[in-house]
Design a protein around this ligand. Sequence first.
Ligand code: IYR
Length: 225
Amino acid sequence: MKTSNRTEDFIPYKAQQYSKEEMIQRSKDYYEYFDQRRSLREFSDKEVPFEVIENIIKTASTAPSGAHKQPWTFCIVKDQEMKRKIREAAEEEEKINYSGRMGDEWLDDLKVFATNEVKEFLTVAPYLIIVCKKSYDLEEDGGKAKNYYVNESVGLAAGFLLTAIHNAGLVALTHTPSPMGFLTKILDRPENEKPFLLIPVGYPADDAHVPNLSRKGLEDVMVVY
Ligand code: IYR
C-alpha cells in the first residue's frame, strides 16, 4: 500500500531528543515558568528594544496554520498619537459595554478583574500589537485566494506570541475591546484583514498588582481514555 505522497520537495527532519529524565525535568521546568505568566493591566512606559518585538513576532509566525497560509498580520504601534486614538476609540466602545450593552452576567463575571472602561495601558505600554486575521489573501491582480482554519491559525499564533513575550521577561494583556472595527480604520488595514486581538506589551508598572486567581487543576481540564 502506498503510504506517502512525498516528493523531492521534502527535506529530512530530526527532532531534538532527550532522555526520559531530562524530558520530565524540562517539561516540569517549562510548566513552572509558564505558570508564572499573568495578564497585566498595569504597565510601565519603559522602553523595550525593537529587536525583541521583531523576535517575538518571528516566533508567533512559526505557528502552524491551515495549508501553511500564515493568515496573520501583526501591526506594531509605537506612535504615541496613534496609541492615543486607539485608546479613545476603545474607551468609547467599552463605555457602552460597561453601561449595559453586555448585560449583568458579563459585569458579574468581570468583577474579579476590577476593570472598567478606562484603558490607561493603551497609552502607557511602549508597544501595542494588533493581531489581524486574514479571512482571505488579496492577490496582486486584486483576486482573492482562500485561507483555511483562520481563527484556529491566528489563535495559535497569538498563543505563541504570548509565550514569546513571557519568555523575554515582558508582560502582555490579551485585550479584546469590542467591537474592534475602529482598529481597521485607525490602522488603515485592507478589506481582507480583521483585528483579532489587541496586545499591549512592555514591563509591568513598579507597583503592578494582579487579581488573586488560581488555575484549574489537571483533574478539571484533562480526561484520559
Ligand atoms: N474587554 C473588556 C472587558 C473584559 C472582558 C473579558 I471576557 C475579560 O476577561 C476582561 C475584560 C475590558 O477590557 O475591559
